[in-house]
Design a protein around this ligand. Structure first.
Ligand code: SF4
Ligand code: SF4
Length: 478
């Protein structure tokens, strides 16, 4: 926001709230160049899906889905085409009507290959007849709401992709005081949540109401950074008695779940636990809108808002994109770039992943596509030695010591890294950003966490094999 507008906004806040205006924040983090002006005034626009859509069988935290269709099957919009029995998981649905071309591995925005269903889009967008409204929130029980959310394949659309029904099913004995609606959108360049607040306000509040009923929250707080004054105003106008808006300082990573809870409620979520341990559930703006769609129309999560942007993008904007649409389609929608891109990122530049091929699909967690020029994305060279300046420590929002953690992971001392809180790293990239020696800190932490997860899986497999062995020998003895 230009400085004079900030001043006007600040003054208007003082007048509106009688001087009780103080944007909230957390310790650490960093102020960045946001570049949101490229798309913040561009309304959401529907985009045609690509000729072939690629629906990955895992677009969420948890168990991968098994396909429910086979090559040659005709599928319809909204039809469930993959599911899992696991509690932590979410089904996947066809975003177009057409024919299953193949089930094969595909390169995904995570940079990994994974199984996916390839569907030839017939362009008819024929909707599955099972898609019907699910009733009124007032008539639905919390359990019915979470069942609808699960069946609709809804996951956290802020990028974390944690299955939403799991988040909202609070265990017995736990009580949710606050449902926080994460409208911070702290990543540079991204504005799709901002536009969603302005353009889908009614559905947003409908989804919030459903989520609050599902988790039994006493209060709702909508958390918006102070660089979105128009969104703050519209949110305040819609809020009723159960709901309030809290204005946050514009600072990265303000939208991190734990950072948000700390900033708004001054509560700290203990390591390795979920926010309900401190009486809180957090959902994203896009997730709330997806919940509204699932209840009001019965349509599962088959589309999402995506910002496609960059200073070299000819026609940047915010788009409603069908899941599985490939990047080459989005390139056409924005009329390409003024110069060959140096880097294309799915997500924001701080936490997103570089994509390598234009046939990679938009998945449930794709909030944006950011295209960087050579100047904006210099080649990553060899890092200089650590000079122990502690800037990474000062700025880490998770209160970690990235300089020490890096050494532990690089030396494969993963147990020590774990003790030092490696698992609490939210991979925000702030430490790498502020490091004067340009050390590849966050990359090391990703590797370390992947290795810890692999260790955990190996141990679980070993335990399972032992169990099975026991069961077989017990059976044999009877
Ligand atoms: S250590 Fe993790 S949480 Fe801390 S700044 Fe680095 S990436 Fe972010
Ligand atoms: S910011 Fe970089 S140079 Fe400074 S202590 Fe951290 S890792 Fe070392």
């Amino acid at each position: 926001m230009p400085p004079f507008l900030s001043a006007v906004y600040f003054l208007s806040c003082i007048l509106n709230y009688g001087g009780d205006y103080m944007p909230k924040t957390f310790r650490g983090g960093v102020h960045l160049e946001y570049h949101k002006e490229l798309t913040s005034s561009r309304p959401l626009q529907e985009v045609e899906a690509s000729d072939v859509v690629i629906i990955p069988l895992k677009m969420h935290v948890g168990e991968q889905c098994k396909p429910l269709v086979k090559k040659g099957d005709r599928v319809l919009v909204g039809q469930k085409i993959g599911d899992t029995d696991a509690y932590v998981g979410a089904p996947v649905h066809s975003s177009v009507s057409g024919t299953v071309q193949k089930i094969d591995t595909a390169l995904l925005p995570s940079g990994l290959r994974g199984p996916a269903i390839f569907i030839e889009n017939d362009g008819l967008y024929e909707v599955d007849p099972s898609i019907r409204p699910k009733g009124l929130i007032e008539d639905l029980t919390p359990r019915q709401i979470t069942d609808i959310i699960r069946e609709a394949g809804i996951v956290g659309l802020g990028g974390a992709c944690f299955p939403t029904h799991v988040k909202l099913c609070v265990p017995e004995g736990k009580h949710v005081e606050y449902l926080l609606v994460n409208a911070a959108e702290c990543e540079p360049y991204l504005t799709c949540d901002h536009r969603t607040m302005l353009e889908r306000t009614e559905d947003l509040f409908y989804g919030i109401k459903a989520a609050a009923k599902a988790c039994g929250a006493d209060h709702v707080i909508i958390c918006v950074e102070d660089n979105k004054p128009d969104a703050i105003e519209i949110m305040q106008n819609y809020c009723d008695g159960q709901c309030q808006v809290v204005v946050l300082e514009t600072k990265y990573p303000q939208g991190g779940e734990r950072q948000l809870i700390k900033a708004v409620l001054n509560r700290e979520v203990p390591s390795g636990t979920l926010p309900y341990e401190v009486g809180v559930v957090v959902i994203n703006v896009g997730t709330a809108v997806a919940i509204a769609e699932a209840i009001k129309t019965g349509m599962p999560l088959i589309k999402r808002a995506v910002t496609v942007t960059g200073t070299i993008v000819k026609n940047p904007g915010n788009f409603i994109v069908r899941i599985g649409t490939t990047m080459d389609k989005l390139r056409d929608v924005v009329d390409g770039t003024t110069e060959p891109p140096s880097r294309i990122i799915y997500g924001g530049p701080m936490m997103g992943n570089t994509i390598h091929e234009l046939d990679e699909p938009v998945v449930k967690g794709t909030s944006g596509v950011v295209v960087l020029s050579r100047d904006e994305s210099p080649l990553i060279g060899e890092p200089d030695p650590c000079i122990s300046c502690a800037r990474c420590v000062d700025h880490c929002p998770a209160y970690l010591m990235p300089n020490i953690l890096e050494r532990m992971v690089a030396e494969n001392k993963l147990d020590k890294a774990k003790k030092l809180g490696l698992q609490d790293c939210i991979e925000c990239g702030t430490c790498s950003y502020v490091c004067p020696s340009k050390r590849h800190l966050v990359q090391w932490f990703r590797v370390g966490k992947m290795e810890l997860a692999a260790q955990r899986r190996r141990e679980e497999d070993k335990a399972k094999a032992k169990e099975t062995g026991k069961a077989v020998s017990t059976g044999g003895g009877m």
